[in-house]
Design a protein around this ligand. Structure first.
Ligand code: HEM
Length: 486
């Protein structure tokens, strides 16, 4: 009776008859396709559906219409041809909360205000000059981590790379954004982890707007509020400190928060919510993505000792005995850059990018997609598409050696940073962090599996999250490279 009523309602509005929707699994009344998602992590479930229904799949998640794109050709349609119609973001309970009601650039709806804020951030934070001004932070923090690993190596202790690299990128991000590390690293990791979990958690009200009370009953709203208040407390503390410090007119490089407060004081149209939302973008966008990439690269290399050696030979050959890799050395490290691209092909840190939403009706692959349809571009599936990549499951950095694809995503078969108006503005910064950290790890140490483990034991399972980490921590043994000066 219920489904007959729903169908009659839809017919009365003429909603389905007017659209030639893409194929997809059968929809159940009310829940639509929520049952079709299976138990795998979301990008893998969506990949399975695309294998069955084709590169353009239509789903209905509760009341939300969704289209999933899984081929480079269709990604190009969405991110280039129809970019102007697909460049806003959908609203979700958790992302709206963390972005201070979509006051940031990652989740703010497309429009004049977003364009203004994005332009401002591109100039103030992501310009080559600004990125270069934080070079010292990246090099010092990397050196500090290398020293920590030396300590482990000398004591023959296992190095938990997942933990150590998350700390490293968290410290780089905090010093870049706030000028200092945040005390109590453990706490901040827990907060980041909980935020990640909530950003991908299922909120009933995202799919059934009238059932918000269910989220309250399940305790989800309280959980979201709790972690939001922790973030907010940290931001407020650092903002207050900065305001005090700025009164003292100190000299030195300006961190991102200082730049924001200076612009606000100078009369720029930047609210406190904008500032906090942007800090969240930098914190969540910048920390997890870089550390996850380095960990995946190390996991791939430990399973392929000859590739590990080739990368180390390149780095050590270029750097010689000077003791560390500096950013000025990176342009010579061609093979290392291919290792990173190949890692991002198989393990894009943001496998579904950030979802987009249609603002107008568009035609894709002969289908008509209505406005307010959520679009997932499955970068993970595109990186494994057998029509684009020979033997896609094999980790082979060589495939990037002759410039066949780059992170500019021109052919849309390699799009770890997205494309179009919403392309990741932190792309150059993120790549730099990954390169300098990986190069130093490979320069300073020889890496082995803990005694008794073989490369077949290296588990490559993914954990759920907006950024994809390994399910289990990567724990390796390090010995110091003898060719470097003390
Ligand atoms: C390895 C590093 C990184 C990867 C793989 C990555 C990936 C992505 C992807 C896939 C998107 C969505 C793009 C789209 O919708 O087309 C994105 C957006 C974004 N990223 Fe990154 N990111 C990285 C590092 C960073 C860093 C370091 C920052 C800032 C410090 C950052 C800030 C942002 C912001 C603010 C957006 C939203 C842009 C908008 O909606 O206009 N990301 N990133």
């Amino acid at each position: 009776l219920l489904s007959a009523l729903l169908l009659a309602g839809r017919k009365a509005r003429g909603s389905t008859a007017a659209w030639k929707l893409p194929p997809g699994p059968a929809k159940l009344p009310l829940i639509g396709n929520l049952h079709s998602l299976g138990s795998k992590v979301l990008h893998q479930s969506l990949w399975e559906l695309s294998k069955k229904h084709g590169p353009l799949v239509h789903l209905k998640l509760g009341r939300v219409p969704v289209v999933v794109v899984s081929s480079p050709e269709l990604a190009k349609e969405v991110l280039k041809t129809h970019d102007h119609e697909c460049c806003t973001r959908p609203s979700h309970i958790s992302t709206d909360k963390f972005s201070y009601g979509r006051s940031d650039i990652a989740l703010m709806p497309y429009g004049d205000r977003w364009r203004q804020l994005r332009k401002f951030c591109t100039v103030e934070f992501f310009s080559a000059k600004k990125i270069n001004s934080f070079k010292g932070v990246r090099e010092q923090e990397t050196e500090r981590t290398v020293k920590l690993i030396c300590f482990h190596a000398r004591q023959s202790l296992v190095v938990n790379l997942s933990e150590l690299l998350l700390s490293l990128s968290c410290n780089i991000t905090c010093r870049t954004a706030f000028g200092s590390r945040i005390d109590g690293g453990g706490d901040i990791h827990d907060i980041l982890r909980e935020a990640q979990a909530l950003l991908t958690a299922f909120f009933v009200s995202d799919y059934f707007p009238l059932l918000g009370w269910v989220d309250a009953l399940r305790g989800m709203k309280a959980r979201l509020n709790r972690i939001f208040l922790k973030f907010d407390g940290i931001y407020q503390r650092v903002i207050d400190d900065h305001i005090d410090r700025m009164k003292q007119q100190r000299n030195g490089d300006e961190d991102i928060l200082e730049a924001l407060l200076r612009m606000q004081k100078a009369g720029e149209d930047i609210t406190e919510d904008n500032i906090k939302g942007l800090l969240t973008n930098i914190f969540i966008g910048g920390t997890d993505t870089s550390s996850a990439t380095v960990v995946w690269a190390m996991a791939e290399l430990i399973r392929q000792p000859e590739m590990m050696k080739r990368t180390q030979d390149e780095v050590r050959g270029c750097v010689g005995s000077k003791g560390k890799v500096e950013e000025s050395d990176l342009h010579q490290l061609h093979y290392l850059k291919c290792v990173i691209k190949e890692t991002m092909r198989l393990h894009p840190p943001a496998p579904l990018m950030l979802p987009r939403e249609t603002m107008r009706t568009i035609e894709l692959n002969g289908c008509i997609i209505p406005p307010k349809t959520m679009i997932y571009v499955n970068a993970w599936a595109i990186g494994r598409d057998p029509n684009s990549w020979e033997r896609p499951d094999i980790f082979n950095p060589e495939r990037f050696m002759h410039g066949s694809s780059d992170t500019k995503g021109q052919d849309f078969k390699f799009i770890p940073f997205g494309e179009g108006r919403r392309i990741c503005p932190g792309k150059n910064l993120g790549m730099l962090v990954v390169e300098i950290v990986l190069a130093n790890l490979l320069y300073s140490f020889n890496w082995h599996l803990p005694l008794g483990l073989t490369k077949e034991d290296v588990d490559m399972e993914e954990a759920p999250g907006i950024t994809v980490h390994r399910k289990s921590a990567l724990c390796l043994m390090a010995t110091e490279y003898e060719g470097k000066e003390e």
